[in-house]
Design a protein around this ligand. Sequence first.
Ligand SMILES: [Mn+2]
Length: 279
Amino acid sequence: MKTIRKIGVVLKEGCDIEGGQFAIDALQKHITMDDVVRLDEKLIKDQNPLYLDAVVDLNERLKASVKEAHDQGEFPLVFGGDHALAIGSITGVAQKEHAVLWIDAHGDCNTEESSDSKRIHGMPLAVVQGYGHPSLTYLVDRPIEAKNILLVGIRSLDDAEEALMKQWGVRWLTMEDIRRQGLEWMQREVMVFAKQAKHLHVSFDCDSMDPMHFPGVNTPVRGGFVSHEILPLLENVLSLDTISSMDIVEFNPTRDPNFGTMNLILTITKLLETQVRRN
Ligand SMILES: [Mn+2]
């Protein structure tokens, strides 16, 4: 039985939207964190990408915490905080042939050149492949290969970002594909991908969900998943013994009046605890 190490990351500077900094406080009412990583506000400067030094410093410390957990045979479960933290949560565990399942409304494959907003939370999946600002890619010891990446739930890509994803050979399932081909098709595609992985990291962005029911996110996009579409998929994926780490990101409790997003995070955490205990 594996121990889960729960790591909270207090971070909103990757997206620069108010409210996300309270995510860990809100989650700690229900979840005991083993470690909490905070941004060093002294490092905040106007930079491109936005707040680069502060986000790099945070990811360096997060990477060390995740790596320590992983090296001790534990399962790092990282709560955020915006998606910029995936740079640390993935580089801390990445081994040869490491695969990443990225569940998100967005592609998060921008570089500081392609990005209009210059926000690092739109860049982590580029960075872990080794693309982007050198201060960010400096954290990458073992780039994730495009063939070992699958994005699911996509419905908002920037044009330049989409061109990069095509060029790199990253594969993604859009929400449109999923609606057209059906949930069973999605399940099959994801499980074929996940089952061939030697080591699997799951990055779950709460904005993959439909904001009508799950509004507690920084950058909502209409037309996302509902619970019964995503929970069976996660249950299957999390039951694989190759899954070795996960992050749950972009929770903004100030936009979650009925606790829809909060409750979903608690449900996924319980699901993971049950599945990891079984492995
Ligand atoms: Mn994201």
